[in-house]
Design a protein around this ligand. Structure first.
Ligand code: SF4
Length: 63
């Protein structure tokens, strides 16, 4: 599973970084970066939660 980000929709709220800090990091520019786009099983629950809680729908999952 892979996580995708639409940087134009990210407002830098940091929810995703709080929920999955191994996968997401909000940069100094206020836009999230994906540290590990290809997810392991251990990441999946936290990342699904982060995707669901992104206030702008900037995150998505793909196979
Ligand atoms: S939760 Fe969404 S809007 Fe907030 S930093 Fe992450 S991707 Fe950006």
């Amino acid at each position: 599973m892979r996580v995708e980000v639409d940087p134009d929709r990210c407002v830098g709220s940091g929810n995703c970084e709080l929920l999955a800090p191994d996968v997401f990091e909000v940069g100094d520019d206020g836009v999230v970066r994906v540290l590990r786009p290809r997810l392991g099983e251990a990441d999946e629950d936290a990342v699904r939660d982060a995707v669901a809680r992104c206030p702008t729908g900037a995150l998505g999952l793909a196979e």
